[in-house]
Design a protein. Structure first.
Length: 49
């Protein structure tokens, strides 16, 4: 089984676009991307102050 680890938000969006997703769109507390009827929430970037 593949092991998944941390991934940068920017890379996640790029990989989802390569798979045919469009977006990200604003909505509620998180942005999301869409492919046909599938909707995937994108986590918010961490902001350190």
């Amino acid at each position: 089984m593949l092991k998944f680890g941390p991934i940068k938000r920017k890379d996640l969006i790029r990989y989802l676009r390569q798979l045919g997703f469009i977006g990200p769109y604003s909505g509620g507390k998180h942005q999301f991307m869409v492919k046909e009827k599938l909707k995937v929430c994108i986590p918010n970037p961490l902001v350190f102050r």
